[in-house]
Design a protein around this ligand. Sequence first.
Ligand SMILES: Nc1ncnc2c1ncn2[C@@H]1O[C@H](COP(=O)(O)OP(=O)(O)OP(=O)(O)O)[C@@H](O)[C@H]1O
Ligand SMILES: [Mg+2]
Length: 501
Amino acid sequence: MAWLELFNLTKTFPGVRAVDDVSLDLDRGECLALMGENGAGKSTLIKILAGAIQPDSGEIRIKGDPVSFPNPVAAQQGGIGVIYQEFNLIPDLSIRDNLFLGRDLTRRGGWLRRTEETDQALEILEKVGLSGINPETTCRRLTVAQQQLVEIARAFIADAKLIVMDEPTAALTTRETTCLFDLIDELKSHNIGIIYISHRLEEIERVADRVAVLRDGALVAEDPVEKMGRATLIEHMVGRKLESEFPERGENRSADIALRVRGLTRGTKVRDVSFELQAGEILGLTGLVGAGRTELARLIFGADRPDSGSIELHGVPVSFQSPRQAIRAGICLLTEDRKQQGLILNHPVVENFGLPNLRDFSRGPFLNLAGEARSFDHYVDKIGIRTTGRRQPAGTLSGGNQQKIVLAKWLQRNAEVLIFDEPTRGIDVGAKYEIYKLIQELAAQGKAILFISSELPETLGMCDRILVMREGRLTGEISDPETATQVDIMELAVHDPKGSE
Ligand SMILES: Nc1ncnc2c1ncn2[C@@H]1O[C@H](COP(=O)(O)OP(=O)(O)OP(=O)(O)O)[C@@H](O)[C@H]1O
Ligand SMILES: [Mg+2]
């Protein structure tokens, strides 16, 4: 008998059966990967397990005994720790307070408990690769990657027997991801079970012992990882064969320089960065977390002002005081932090899609709602946005489908220079392919694209050229991604530009 058993769990939301008669089990010390397209029901299933939502029917057993988790605290006491897809940290509290939130470890109050907690926090933070960080730091000041690690630390502290991770590496780059995998190995050796959700196939092959695939809420396959090859896995997820992960490259670069950046500098985050982006080019920008890629994008987009340096659009010097000016001049930025993209969660998806595109859909003083709906449907179809209808509130879409809405908003915008910061984060493998194709179509139309990504395979598979950043500087360029390898990029990403070579 396995430690955890799920029997015939079902959960229906208006218009959709999110989890459909799912039975699964998991032993301690084992890592089960849960896979499936955006909206397949992965998060819903683990929310049931976490006591965050109640199933319509079905049963959960632990060590053979039926249990019920009417709320998240009950699940936590049952030994289940969950790291959610959407961050759950309270931004204005310190790391330490977030770690111990809702846990009254000792009834002893005051500074004694605080010092104990601080000590324990330091120990755990070091374990998750956050050594050297002050536990008093407010979480708002952490990078996305650091927040993720604090979430993981919190599950450790709760002394979980089973840790569920819903896309834990979505915001981590190669190095942090490697650390996390080592950590998972260690947890397994301490007899802790892991349910691991991710859209990245390489990760599944690295960490998981078994893989279960959900499709439209139902369990469609379950096998040891080594038995289920990558092609079969994809086929189970998308329900069709995918010939390749990346669309065929086209050569769309023209002599026209769409964007020229010279000596761009802001503090120590961006230091003396110069490059050119041709019309029709897909230029990759990669590096470790904190390398300065997002900061660079913000400077170009007018979200921050540079200390020095210049920007030219089609040979004309520009200096933006705000993103609004940049947008007007034809630059778009899809930021990595999707929450700040301002999806209005209780508004229908179609309105969220149309919101920033009002100009495209307005005829004189009237909104062209039919045009908006048509365009929306086009993207729903193209990248497989799963909704129960145009009027579904954006907040009830699955994580990946919310991101698809944000992405569609920008894809459909008529800009000359498009900056995509981690465009496929959290997007399922089938939809990724369609997004790559859409980005390539934009390039074929002569748009210039700056493609920021931490995922090296997609950077190599998609870009005409790749720039690598480290500590605010460009450390190198890969001019022929077709023959380059991930190792080539990593070498540039860790290379010390000032060091002796
Ligand atoms: N509170 C809710 N109200 C209505 N529908 C919901 C709600 N929560 C989830 N759904 C629907 O249930 C389905 C499954 O969503 P879920 O979040 O479990 O998907 P997922 O597999 O985690 O996808 P992703 O990979 O995008 O995170 C989706 O169709 C989603 O729109
Ligand atoms: Mg999810």
